[in-house]
Design a protein around this ligand. Structure first.
Ligand code: BES
Ligand code: MN
Ligand code: ZN
Length: 473
């Protein structure tokens, strides 16, 4: 697909899809008669969220016209522009559409063009890897963008989408392919002259004393892995640290989960997949930043060797943990990854994990849960999420909640009871963060969609990339 903006002579412009994005009340710059009919019949008014696709009118050389509403011209929100970008991308990737032209419109800003590039990339994604004979629909992918003034933003958005699509692909892969070793190997597939990747297996982790992380994989025949990506493209600044939960399948372990819907626990590595998607996009965009990223990969299985409720393990930090529920395993791998990454002296840490079902109860599937120890970092991330329409919402942490983790037999238990499950999980993690600004993203509700459209969403790659791009200046 070729995407362009045509400033002049819209009526004579030959294209498969001519997109006209309009605020409420504004007349179309082309096909006046057709537009009049649409508005008179109430088919289009320019409201945000509206989009009407019509076959070519006699008035233009375009094969199809797409009218997209932007809402009130005085208050063009990121949300309205994002909705418009989504509608345009959906229409643009349809089969048979090779040339897309966007009529110029002063209301469209840089943020819109980044979202447009993002959605063009996201809509073109199709999972194909594990089909045998089924015929799959093909989407038209973006081959060339010819949008002179906004080329950078569209391309940036499109690169972010490629990162998010890697995240989606890894999330969608079944756990018999996407094992801890497979996931860690994905880190080695990333390529940039300033990227160094190291993978630690169980022996190396034992040497480091990561017995909390290792306890999660005890019941599995798959070896646990820790992949470390050091991206040194930013001079001598302290690195930004990213940490991802990579449970390639979460049965719950001996605290076995119910059977219904358990297949979805293949998505329990979406934190790690997000880190990989972000690192791929950071490499492609050649971000002038230092980033150190760690993914903690393990499979949580029951077996004769599995960790049992009541077992006590010593974490890399020296703190001991009474594992009261083997299904609260995400925090057990993250705590050692957090201790590990602090040895790199990062300026801040952001971890991401499909950590708690409680987060879905609190925030549903619209907002990622954000918790942490630093208001400035939290605010930066919240703002980046709003710009990318990949939003997060902050929940509190404090000592009252932290108390719920007290244990009679170890420095802490790994669960804090039914109340405030997302918060007590974050309190647990906070015990492993010393003096570094830290934020935790609970993506249990946002990383994938259930039901008919089951699949990984690629969130929160857009949030994190908008944040990193801002940090990069
Ligand atoms: N991976 C799950 C969290 C999860 C559940 C994500 C459902 C998405 C959908 C996590 O490992 C888990 O099992 N958490 C437990 C914690 C509890 C035992 C304290 C949970 O949320 O039930
Ligand atoms: Mn679990
Ligand atoms: Zn889990």
């Amino acid at each position: 697909m070729l995407f362009n903006i045509s400033p002049a002579n819209l009526s004579d412009h030959a294209t498969d899809l001519l997109v006209i994005a309009l605020p409420t009340g504004e007349p179309a710059p082309v096909a006046a008669n057709l537009f009049q009919t649409l508005t008179a019949q109430g088919d289009f008014s320019g409201k945000s969220g509206e989009s009407v696709s019509v076959p070519a009118a006699a008035e233009t050389a375009a094969k199809r016209l797409l009218f997209v509403g932007l809402g009130d011209a005085d208050k063009l929100t990121a949300k309205a522009l994002d909705k418009a970008a989504q509608a345009i991308a959906s229409a643009a990737v349809k089969k048979g559409i090779e040339r897309v032209t966007l009529a110029p419109q002063s209301a469209l800003n840089a943020g819109f063009y980044r979202q447009l590039g993002l959605h063009l990339g996201l809509k073109a994604y199709q999972y194909t890897q594990t089909f045998g004979t089924k015929e799959l629909p093909t989407a038209s992918t973006l081959a060339r963008i010819d949008v002179p003034e906004h080329l950078d933003e569209v391309q940036r958005g499109h690169q972010i989408a490629q990162g998010a699509n890697l995240t989606r692909e890894l999330g969608n892969l079944p756990a018999n392919t996407c094992t801890p070793t497979y996931l860690a190997n994905q880190a080695k597939q990333l390529s940039h002259p300033k990227l160094n990747v190291e993978v630690l297996g169980e022996d190396a982790m034992r040497q480091l004393g990561m017995h909390s992380l290792l306890s999660v994989g005890h019941g599995s025949d798959q070896e646990s892995q820790l992949a470390v990506m050091r991206f040194t493209n930013g001079g001598d600044e302290a690195p930004i640290a990213l940490v991802g939960k990579g449970i390639t399948f979460d049965t719950g372990g001996i605290s076995l989960k119910p059977g219904a819907g358990m297949d979805e626990m293949k998505y329990d590595m979406c934190g790690a997949a997000t880190v990989l998607g972000v690192m791929q996009a950071a490499c492609e965009l050649d971000l002038p930043l230092n980033i150190v990223a760690v993914i903690a990969c393990a499979e949580n299985m029951p077996s004769g060797r599995a960790t049992k409720p009541g077992d006590v393990v010593t974490s890399m930090s020296g703190q001991t943990i009474e594992i009261l529920n083997t299904d609260a395993e995400g925090r057990l791998v993250l705590c050692d990854a957090l201790t590990f990454i602090q040895q790199e002296n990062p300026s801040c840490i952001v971890d991401m994990a499909t950590l708690t079902g409680a987060c879905i109860i609190a925030l549903g599937h619209h907002n990622t849960g954000l918790l942490g120890n630093d208001d400035a970092l939290a605010d930066e991330l919240l703002a980046a999420g709003r710009d990318a329409m990949d939003t997060a919402w902050r929940l509190p942490i404090s000592e009252e909640y932290d108390k719920q983790l007290d244990s009679n037999f170890a420095d802490m238990g790994n669960i804090g009871g039914r109340d405030a499950g997302t918060i007590t999980a974050a309190c647990f993690l906070s015990r492993f963060v010393k003096n570094t600004p830290w934020a935790h993203l609970d993506i249990a509700g946002t990383a994938w969609t259930s039901g008919k459209a089951k699949g990984a969403t690629g969130r929160p790659v857009p949030l994190l990339m908008n944040w990193l791009l801002k940090r990069a200046g």
